[in-house]
Design a protein around this ligand. Sequence first.
Ligand SMILES: [Zn+2]
Ligand SMILES: [Zn+2]
Length: 498
Amino acid sequence: MKKLLAILLSVIIAFSLSVSIFAQSDSDECDCGYIPVIFVTGFAYTELVANAGTEDEYGAFGVENEAIIEMVKGLIFPLISLLITRDYDTFAHRLSADVMELFYDASCDENGVPKNPTVDIERFNPPTAEHYPNEYSTFRYDWRKDIFDIAAELNDYIEETKRLTGHSKVALRSESMGGAVTMAYLKTYGYDSVETVVMQSSAFDGISTISSLFVGDLTIDPQSLVNYIANFMEGNSTETVLYRALYLSLAKFIINPVVSLLGNFIGNIQDIVYDECIKPLFGYIPGLWAFVTPETYEEAKAFMLDEEVNAELIKKIDKYHYEVLNKRDEIIADAMANGVNFAIFSNYGKGALPLGEYSMSQSDFLIETEHTSLGATCAKYGETLGDGYVQAIDDGHNHVSPDNMIDASTCSFPEITWFVKDMMHTWYTDGYNEFVYKLIYTEGQETIHTYEEYPQFLVNNQETEALEPLTAENSDTQSTDVDYGAVLDLIIDKIKSE
Ligand SMILES: [Zn+2]
Ligand SMILES: [Zn+2]
């Protein structure tokens, strides 16, 4: 028996040695000068499909319009009967059951395991040998999974990219949830394969407004809803400024009563809908727990999950929270000490999701700026830090934005954190990409002091799509001061063109 084992072992060793020799010999080192760039995508970037590759393939999360229409049709009579009977409980049970059915294919069981085993992501963009300047390959994943499981897939993707391209290192552009995946990757697999990490609107510190959902706070502040809708009226053209001014002056008359009706309605169905729908739907998806902030994590766990029923799931999400999210600063500092170049991009100037107590935060329209920047002190949306504001930590540089809305001195890494005003979450303009690739292809660690044209505070020029240094002059980007002369010209132009 021993002899057999010895033979088996030597065969295995010989085989694995030859595999690694082949691997080295069939991919010569590439000296093109352009490191392969991998784009680590965010939540729901990639479509989930059931029965992938078969005739019965269908979208498992995008939920077909027909299914939604069917559900709404089915709810008409329960809604009418609710109006007559005021029996909110019956309606809440029915609504919960319908939503659970609608999202069955994307949902997970109490252990965080997908209920429908045929559901997977669309498998395209595998690693290739091709790598061109200013382009990236796209790492996709099933975003329902636990962050560590996704990090293991990222590791495979990176190793395969290295092998195929002949480069010993890669650069990562990690957006949103991809930032959390990248942190778990660095923690688990170390720093040898990565030269540069660019965090783009990263969710490596959670999202406060999403956390509100996880602690049962569904309050809607009317002003935050007004702000959120205004996010879509971007720019400083006469037309946009006019619409924005009109909208903001009328919005509160419409939105306030709607929000108060909605609040009343939600209050009446909330308990049942949480127990029968929100907890088993959102609470059981491991990946979503990456969005819960350190401040709310324990409360959220106690509210959404059951220690016994969800023991397996809790083990998974605890690992990410305690070993990665809570250690984010250590991981980044350690990566940099081991030669990884780091850059953190944090966008601001947008209203936050209109949900819960953080809905008036400064945001990129999805993640609060405080979190994507790892700790900047931010004025509430639409406000400033106040006259005579003094930078919280004096480190010898100015870290207060020219519009007096952000103090970066409280960031974990103020010297490598850039802020882009008026840039939506994960929207990338040509100007943005240009700067990111400059950081990736230039050797060494760059900081906010490296380039005169890229200081700590930048603004996205809506017309030219260029990144420009934010100044006192170009920082008023939410103007509602209507230039009536220009409006008159606009109207005359319109009449002429009819
Ligand atoms: Zn190359
Ligand atoms: Zn400084």
